[in-house]
Design a protein around this ligand. Structure first.
Ligand code: FEO
Length: 394
């Protein structure tokens, strides 16, 4: 039995094999779907369920633990990796009520066809007594859906945070063992899922400030028995500070753009800037997303293909736009054979970014001496901007 505290038990599943989430996000280290059982002196609650393929594992665990009655199933978030086993659980425990907020209730009805009379809705800050344990519901919208909330177990100072503070990491240990490993996994998770909602994350960090939290139990990844690790990391990632870093995300067909990238990267490195290059034909987009969390500048490199950007560069621009990093400057470099609208089209793909666009460097054919000078000038401009911004060196 994986016990967090007396009568607070982990009953979730590890998914060591999963390599893709939402058919989009690579999972190099698998993931977990965390479900928690809280047994009070009078009532028993289950906090979240598991991804549907793991439903049998969850029900078998509950049967093994001798749980013949569940009074409440708290549903923090309607996404199916946490809610998807609710229909099975409601059959196994016919008297159980789903406890959630009104928005999540409607989503669960829409997504899982759960009947209206199975719900109890709760407001932000409302409490529910299990006898000697009390659940306090904490609305944390937009981490990462509009209906998401958490639950604070008052007597044990445990905050069940759902996706907020989570990490895609399958692990046999219940609690964080290697903080560096979990930090990296949590940062990747933040980058891919939370970063677009940076403003809301700051508000949610404020919202939980008044809670005395000893343990954070998220819905993915290990449980934090030193919550400061992840709270401080979130403050840093969601905060406004950027680092003296340039991300170069590029693709090259016939080496012209690659030659530009190599020269440009060297010029930046010589000037003391950290450079992270991503060849988009080989890149794990999760790694690219992580690098976007705190870089001051992004440069997209692309050849001109059929008068526009290479599709891989367009995909990267689309992704950056969706993830809305706090990047301060952005530019484009690349080459063309005869003509095209690569710069205009790429610029049109990033309307969400509140970054200053630095003069792109677009050259004809393979770069020549005068083109390398333009790249040097762009590197110089970036250093100037970083200095003005007072960015920190990693
Ligand atoms: Fe882990 Fe948004 O579900």
């Amino acid at each position: 039995m994986q016990k967090i505290k007396e009568n607070v038990i982990f009953v979730g599943s590890q998914d060591w094999d999963r390599r893709l989430f939402d058919e989009l996000i690579p999972l190099p280290d698998g993931t977990s779907y965390n479900s928690y059982l809280v047994k009070g002196s009078e009532k028993t609650a289950l906090i979240d369920t598991v991804d549907p393929p793991k439903a049998e594992e969850l029900t078998a665990k509950l049967v093994r633990l001798g749980i013949s009655r569940i009074d409440y199933i708290v549903s923090h978030h309607a996404e199916q990796d946490h809610s998807g086993s609710l229909p099975d659980l409601l059959v196994l425990y016919p008297d159980a009520k789903v406890v959630t907020n009104p928005k999540c209730k409607q989503m669960l009805i829409d997504l899982l066809c759960i009947e209206e009379d199975r719900f109890i809705t709760v407001e932000d800050g409302q409490t529910l007594s299990l006898g000697d344990k009390t659940l306090e519901f904490v609305y944390t919208p937009w981490v990462h859906w509009p209906e998401t909330m958490g639950t604070y177990l008052q007597e044990d100072n445990i905050f069940f945070s759902c996706d907020f503070f989570g990490s895609h990491l399958a692990a046999s240990s219940l609690f964080v063992e290697d903080e560096r490993v979990v930090y990296e996994a949590a940062k990747r998770y933040y980058a891919e899922i939370m970063m677009p909602f940076r403003g809301q994350i700051k508000k949610n960090l404020e919202r939980i400030k008044s809670l005395k939290i000893d343990i954070i139990a998220p819905s993915h990844g290990p449980v934090y028995d030193r919550p400061g690790l992840i709270i401080e990391a979130y403050k840093d990632w969601a905060g406004d500070k950027v680092k003296n870093e340039v991300i170069i995300a590029y693709v090259s067909m016939h080496e012209s753009t690659r030659a530009m990238v190599e020269h440009f990267a060297e010029a930046l490195i010589e000037k003391g800037v950290t450079v992270k290059e991503f060849n988009l034909t080989k890149t794990d987009i999760g790694k690219l997303a992580v690098s976007l969390v705190d870089a001051a500048t992004i440069v997209i490199g692309s050849p001109t293909v059929l008068t526009g950007p290479h599709p891989a560069a367009a995909y990267a621009a689309f992704l950056v736009n969706a993830l809305r990093p706090k990047t301060k400057c952005i530019s484009i470099i690349g080459s063309y054979g005869w003509a095209g609208k690569m710069v205009e089209q790429l610029a049109g793909l990033i309307p969400n970014l509140k970054a200053e666009i630095l003069e792109p460097v677009l050259i004809k054919g393979y770069p020549k001496e005068q083109d390398f000078v333009l790249l040097d000038e762009l590197a110089e401009k970036i250093v100037e901007k970083h200095t003005e911004l007072g960015v920190i060196k990693d």
